[in-house]
Unconditional design. Sequence first.
Length: 118
Amino acid sequence: MINMIILKIMSKTVLVPFSYGKIVLMKNKKISILGGVLLGLGLTALAAQVAYKIGEAQKARRMADIRAYFSQYGDIQVVYINEFEDGSETTGGVVFTDGRQFDFVYEQGEIIAQEVVS
């Protein structure tokens, strides 16, 4: 009888820290942390993709503005942009089919052009 009482007391004290409920809570906690990390990574990737698409749309709009501005001077053969520069302004050049060349600076819709004399 005393052995049975001791066994019941030991089983209750030993199993309490390792009960099924705590194991489930720890598992749920790990799953929620993993889910939060994955959600954060997904949102970061989405933000990077949106920023890239916005940048590409701005480049296309700039190129269309530049071509529209220089098309009044004749047929354009080549338009080049200096991609290595970073900032609010874009520099580059235009070569026409008749051999004339222009350098330009494009900043917020304004184009400043200068003809290159060889």
